[in-house]
Design a protein around this ligand. Sequence first.
Ligand code: F3S
Ligand code: F3S
Length: 105
Amino acid sequence: TYVIAQPCVDVMDKACIEECPVDCIYEGERAMYIHPDECVDCGACAPVCPVEAIYYESETPEEWEDYARINVEFFEELGTPGGSRNVGPIGKDHPAVAVLEPQGQ
Ligand code: F3S
Ligand code: F3S
């Protein structure tokens, strides 16, 4: 799966969601998250992100390697909605994102 890492926090450009053929990029409060089971690894999202927040999981820079787990855990309560349009904005973040100082200023 692909992973959205820390550069998305407080930026949320959302160019990525236009590219995703399976609508598996979900909106939290301060960041977007990729559903690890719904992502088909097409890779279309990564090059359009203006802050280079999106990586194939094994290629995520070391400083953000926790984000593979963070993207997985974000969906523990949500399950597998089958597309972000089915749920809309989630209105909260993974706790590790929620506690971050304001980013991207
Ligand atoms: Fe975030 Fe980049 Fe998408 S900033 S919303 S991952 S285009
Ligand atoms: Fe969608 Fe990106 Fe995966 S475009 S299918 S989230 S690689």
